[in-house]
Design a protein around this ligand. Structure first.
Ligand code: KG4
Ligand code: ZN
Length: 342
């Protein structure tokens, strides 16, 4: 049985139930995405237009270009979502859009599209926090319910979150410098891989020896993380080859081992200290093979482990729709403004 959510539309209470269709739009970074999800768990249509090819030549996302690309893509992506789902605007129960954190110019495009749809079809608008949405990707095609511990690893964030209920969550640990995805992308660039380097580094790492080089694990208290020292250590290692052929796969594997074991240890510790029995992986870096393997190994210790399907790990709008449905800490107000940082 799914959760039933009571939300407000103007002053009018609205009930969303397991048959409700939510259309959501996501445009916080370099993916223009739209989706329709039924009852928060069943994806009816999921459309993602990626800008990776455009940003590749600059080695990273250029915010101005990204915003313009969203404008180009948004209408086509929305129409394609309606077409794939075989439904019309009047069949949608509520419209949702990502409010932040993200690139302001990019967020504005998707958020205004979602608000406009809500106004045109006279339906509730639900504003969603991008980080909540990454967590909510775990509700898709599962029966997951809080409480759980979440490891959220993306291009901009690295957090351990204690999710007590649909309305209460607490960040119990986070990075004090680079996010995991950022560290992956920077290290990938050091060894000459094109943007976005994370997935490419992961691929090479799978063919290398994870114990070839001993890289330093940062000693940061509690559940916090630091990855900038590790990045510098890789830079030193790369320089030490000084023109000689570099064992790229072994460097990738050793870096991946260091990152994944740090994340694993802190998550395990959080589970032991809180006594929670469910753990979820979330965010773009949740697609990483070794991080997934280590987190799934917690099954052997009796934990229930969840990780979204690959296509729902990286930015997409199904997770936004799911978040709009399940989480209470949303922005149910058509006047809500975008924000860049959490
Ligand atoms: O969640 P996401 O799509 O966007 C943000 O909200 O940041 O995450 C993108 C990040 C990028 O840094 C990308 O390199 C990384 O996720 N990433 C990976 C993998 N797939 C995506 N990092 C390591 N291994 C992967 N397989
Ligand atoms: Zn994201």
């Amino acid at each position: 049985m799914n959760k039933i959510k009571n939300t407000l539309f103007g002053n009018k209470p609205v009930t969303l139930d397991e048959n409700s269709l939510i259309m959501a739009i996501e445009s916080s970074c370099d993916e223009t995405a739209c989706a329709i999800v039924k009852g928060g768990r069943e994806v009816i249509a999921n459309v993602v237009a990626s800008q990776i090819k455009i940003h590749e030549e600059y080695g990273g996302v250029i915010p101005e270009i990204a915003a313009r690309e969203h404008l180009e893509a948004i209408n086509v992506v929305i129409e394609e979502t309606f077409r794939q789902a075989g439904v019309k605007g009047k069949d949608i129960s509520a419209f949702a859009g990502t409010v932040g954190p993200g690139l302001v110019g990019c967020l504005l495009v998707g958020l205004n599209a979602a608000k406009t749809l809500a106004l045109v079809y006279d339906k509730p608008f639900i504003g969603v926090n991008h980080l909540n949405a990454h967590l909510a990707a775990n509700f898709i095609d599962t029966n997951l319910k809080p409480p759980f511990i979440a490891l959220l690893v993306s291009g901009g964030h690295t957090q351990i979150i204690k999710v007590d209920s649909y309305s209460e969550m607490e960040i119990i640990g986070e990075t004090i410098d680079d996010a995991v995805g950022e560290a992956y992308d920077k290290v990938a660039r050091l060894i000459g891989l094109p943007y976005p380097g994370g997935p490419k580094l992961d691929k090479l790492a799978q063919e290398g020896n994870p114990y070839a080089f001993k890289l330093p694990e940062a000693r940061v208290g509690g559940y916090d993380f630091s990855f900038s020292g590790l990045k510098t250590a890789v830079l030193r290692l790369v320089k030490s080859f000084d023109g000689k052929e570099m064992p790229v796969k072994d460097i990738c594997a050793s870096f991946q081992e260091c990152v994944s074991s740090t994340l694993f240890k802190k998550v395990k510790h959080a589970l032991e200290e809180t006594g929670y029995k469910q753990v979820v992986l979330a965010g773009g870096v949740g697609a990483n093979s070794e991080i997934r393997r280590k987190i799934f190994s917690l099954k052997d210790a009796g934990y229930d482990v969840y990780a979204p399907a690959m296509k729902y790990c990286t930015d997409n709008a199904s997770m936004v729709a799911s978040s709009a449905y399940f989480f209470e800490n949303t922005f149910d107000d058509v006047d809500v403004e975008v924000f860049s940082r959490a």
